[in-house]
Design a protein around this ligand. Sequence first.
Ligand code: HEC
Ligand code: HEC
Length: 231
Amino acid sequence: MRTAVIVLALAFCPTALAAAGPGYRLYAANCSMCHGTAGAGIADKGPSLRGVGALSADFYLRTGYMPLGHPGEQPKRSSPAFPPSELDALIAYVASLGKGPPVPHPDPPRGSVAEGSTLFTEHCAGCHQIAARGGYLPGATAPPLDRATATQIAEAVRIGPYVMPSFSKRAITNRQLDSIVAYVEYTRKPRNPGGWSIGRIGPIPEGMVAWLIAGTVLVACCVLIGERARK
Ligand code: HEC
Ligand code: HEC
């Protein structure tokens, strides 16, 4: 009888279920050393997870950003550290720690690539480059956006992971976010809008090649001018 009452209570209270279930055990073994007991946070190790919601847990775990190796390093995309059922359990547990935003459901076909291009130029290109292929910042790398799913793009915009700023629904509405996602997906389709493509390997190596060629020509000019002057 008592077991039946407990089972019923757990079934009707998702928070209690998450707090007692496999998510709790996975959290205790893999996350609590940095994020503290029940997600309270630990100074200089990991921020509080109370109220970050399923949105943030879904992003950080499914991108493989977490668990982090060392507290100070930049989270990097890699294969998720847990199989799908454990990811679900961990996300449910983190979401149960406080009231927070759910996983968003962007709908890129509802957006417009043209509007997305304008918004991306204004808000994102400063770090990720207009072609969404990433770039370097002081002390951080803005990753290329070719692997993030539509959901992860929407999540990143609301969270602002690491040094990226977060954008509220007032700064970027859900409708505008649909357009931004549509634009990021558009940048993945191969196009060569002119210029000399060196295998579409990105703006940093392409820039380096440009400087290498320009630099060699300039040095050659200097040598030639120098030789003439000596004569
Ligand atoms: C100040 C620089 C900056 C701006 C502005 C910025 N980002 Fe970022 N973004 C970053 C950095 C740095 C990361 C890596 C975060 C990390 O490692 O935890 C990132 C990560 C991301 C990711 C995750 C990519 C992945 O696969 O790991 C997405 C998606 C993203 N940003 C989209 C956007 C969009 C869309 C905008 C504009 C609305 C934007 N960012 C504006 C710096 C920026
Ligand atoms: C070595 C320490 C460390 C470990 C282990 C670790 N984290 Fe983190 N976590 C951090 C740090 C530091 C940040 C802040 C990163 C940033 O600025 O983007 C963070 C950020 C996060 C965030 C984003 C919080 C927010 O404000 O939106 C979530 C969610 C998260 N971690 C979940 C987890 C989970 C779940 C685990 C276990 C599977 C885990 N972390 C393991 C150090 C750690």
